[in-house]
Structures are given as structure tokens and as C-alpha cells.
Design a protein around this ligand. Structure first.
Ligand code: VTB
Ligand code: MG
Ligand code: MG
Length: 350
């Protein structure tokens, strides 16, 4: 297939994926505040799977969520799209690899808290890292600090460099960190360095996107979250010119002082190896997590958030706020969609 054809096909696909995340967000948003995270997750997963069926692709889920906490999910390895049954070399539909999180922030949705999103990333086959649903230590920064920090350097050192890159004092930095006992040491280190902290209950992916967007009030994300969110963050960083550095963390390494302690979890190691990950301790950078040339990143707000508004329901329809980004051509779209259900008298508001 010529480069131009691939670009055109992916450009069309991006609009189909926008629809997929919009319907997943709408389904999840219907359950906002019900206090039922599994129900919210299931609503998003089912809506996403249904919407994915007609997308003109030969799709494969390469990383997704649900294994860690036995939640409803689109399975890693699941074939999706109108061409799901076709062999890889069939050219009717483009072969696409997909990373999904139908509802990122199930608790946020269940309680009506900020920054719940429906999200996916897609790329040509091999364009997104294939990995199990596990943990990942991450460092995420925006364009100004790209290539300047080192996930293995002391926190104070990274914050000093970040402050230079952003031309502001360390005391004027805000670092977003998941509020988990495993981060006690990290939080103490950030405080000691003098930076401010935004402790979040969930949602290190939306925090990473905020870190790469000027004016969001978040300058970095540090700490251990999910690997699917890490791959999705990488896809977003390719579009936003930000950076993620990451390292897989196995269950028995999670609470260790040194997260790089040698693991005894041979079952997970074997699964990683089967998916092509030979060195479980290596540092992955943006291009290792999302090596694709044709990246599509689509996300819709479920609840109101830093970058996007949540789904609004009104008499004559729904309104969604989404971020749709592609690398080829390089576009970042903030999409405000009114899904009209009323009659010919429906008034569209600003
Ligand atoms: C993070 C966070 C997610 O999972 O990835 C986290 O960003 C990691 O897992 O929103 P634990 O909750 O087990 O610490 C979420 O909270 C849920 O996907
Ligand atoms: Mg998630
Ligand atoms: Mg999820």
C-alpha cells in the first residue's frame, strides 16, 4: 500500500475512532455517580466493542485493561473491526493495532469526580507495544523538557532540570502523583525538593496529557500506574511532542524500596516474553512504547476534567468533548460534538 493511501485510510479511521470513544463515554457517563465502578466499566466496554464492530479495519487489541483487577474488558489479542476475520495480508482493510481503556478512571466515574475518560490509540500493525496488563513506573513531561530528564536520576535532579526547561523555580512546579502507599518515598522526595504535588486518586493518563499541554497547571507525572495507560500516554506524547519514560513493574516489585529488585514472578515474565519483551527491566521511551508512524489517539471526557468537559445530557440530545490527534498528518483536534436527538426545532447552543 502506498504511503499516501495509508495516510488517507488512517485519516478516515481517526473519525471512526472518534465515534467509538464518544459512544463509550456517553454509555459510561449515564452511570456517573451510581457508585458502581464495574457497572460503569462494563457500560463503556460494551459500547466500545459494539461501535468497534463496524470500523473499517482489521484490528487487534495489543494492550488493554482489566486483567489486573478482573474487570470487564476488551481482551488483549481480541480481533476487532469489520475485517476482524480476515488474514493479516488481506488488503481490504488496514491492519491496525489498538491500545484501549474504555473507561479510564472507573472510580472517578462512579463518584462523579474529575477526569474520567474513554480512550484508545491505534497505529499500523506493530505500532504500539504489545504487553500484558501490569504496572509501569512512569515519568511524563511536556515538549520543553523532552529528552532532558532521566527516570533513573534522583527526583530532585529531575525537578531542577524541569524547572530550568520551564523557566520557573522548582517551587512553582506541580507534579501529579497517584495517591498510593507505594509512592510514600516518591512523595517525600518531591516535597523535599520543594515542588508542589497534585495527589490524584486515579487517572495518571489524563494527568500525563495535562503535563504535555501548556496552561494546564500540571508539569510532570511521576510514579507507578498501569502499563496500558503508559502505552496510551506514549501515543498521546507522539502527538503532543511530550515525552514518557517507563519501566515495567511486576507485582512483587511494587512495594519494594527499589522497584528494580529482581522479580520472582516467572509466570508474568513468560507472558512478557511471549509478547516480545525480552528485557523486563529496560527503560522504554516514547518511541519504544508507541513506535508507529501512523498514530491515532482519541479520547472523550466522561466527567469534567482538566482538558475536556464531561458528557452533558439535555432534552434534545447529548454533547461530548473530545481530543482527537493524529501524527500523519500531524493534527490535534479539540472536538465538541452535539449528538442531536430532538426534532427539527432543536436549537444548537454555543
Ligand atoms: C493507574 C491510574 C488508573 O489504575 O494506572 C492505576 O491511572 C494503577 O493501578 O486510573 P492501582 O489502582 O492498582 O494503583 C487506575 O487507577 C485505574 O485504571
Ligand atoms: Mg485505566
Ligand atoms: Mg479502565
Amino acid at each position: 500500500m502506498s504511503a499516501e493511501t495509508t495516510e488517507t485510510r488512517f485519516s478516515h479511521l481517526s473519525k471512526e475512532f472518534l465515534h467509538v470513544v464518544e459512544v463509550a463515554a456517553i454509555a459510561a457517563a449515564r452511570t456517573m455517580g451510581f457508585g458502581q465502578r464495574k457497572q460503569s466499566d462494563r457500560a463503556a466496554v460494551e459500547a466500545m466493542r459494539e461501535a468497534m464492530r463496524t470500523v473499517r479495519m482489521n484490528g487487534r487489541i495489543v494492550i488493554g485493561e482489566g486483567e489486573r483487577d478482573k474487570a470487564p474488558m476488551l481482551y488483549i489479542g481480541e480481533r476487532v473491526g469489520a475485517g476482524a476475520e480476515l488474514p493479516d495480508d488481506d488488503e481490504t482493510f488496514p491492519a491496525v493495532d489498538i491500545a484501549v481503556d474504555p473507561l479510564e478512571g472507573t472510580n472517578l466515574c462512579a463518584t462523579g469526580a474529575a477526569n474520567a475518560i474513554a480512550v484508545l490509540a491505534a497505529a499500523e500493525r506493530g505500532g504500539l507495544l504489545h504487553a500484558p496488563d501490569m504496572y509501569m513506573n512512569k515519568l511524563v513531561v511536556g515538549p520543553a523538557a523532552k529528552g532532558k530528564l532521566d527516570i533513573d536520576a534522583p527526583v530532585a535532579e529531575n525537578l531542577k532540570i524541569l524547572s530550568d526547561c520551564l523557566r520557573r523555580a522548582v517551587t512553582d512546579l506541580v507534579v501529579s502523583v497517584l495517591d498510593r502507599p507505594r509512592h510514600a518515598r516518591l512523595i517525600a522526595d518531591i516535597r523535599e525538593a520543594g515542588a508542589r504535588i497534585q495527589l490524584i486518586s486515579d487517572g495518571d493518563l489524563s494527568a500525563g496529557i495535562s503535563a504535555a499541554i501548556g496552561g494546564s497547571g500540571v508539569h510532570a507525572v511521576m510514579g507507578i500506574g498501569g502499563a496500558p495507560e503508559g502505552v496510551l500516554t506514549a501515543a498521546a506524547m507522539k502527538c503532543l511532542n511530550g515525552e514518557i519514560q517507563a519501566r515495567f513493574v511486576l507485582k512483587d516489585q511494587l512495594h519494594a524500596e527499589d522497584h528494580t529488585k529482581v522479580t520472582e514472578d516467572s509466570e508474568t515474565l513468560a507472558r512478557m516474553r511471549a509478547m516480545g519483551i525480552e528485557d523486563p527491566a529496560r527503560v522504554y521511551r516514547t518511541d519504544d512504547l508507541a513506535p508507529g508512524k501512523h498514530i491515532i489517539f482519541a479520547m472523550t471526557g466522561v466527567t469534567n476534567g482538566t482538558v475536556l468537559r464531561g458528557v452533558r445530557f439535555f432534552g434534545a440530545g447529548k454533547r461530548t468533548s473530545s481530543l482527537l490527534m493524529t501524527t500523519c498528518p500531524h493534527t490535534v483536534r479539540l472536538v465538541d460534538t452535539v449528538h442531536v436527538e430532538g426534532g427539527p426545532d432543536t436549537v444548537i447552543r454555543l
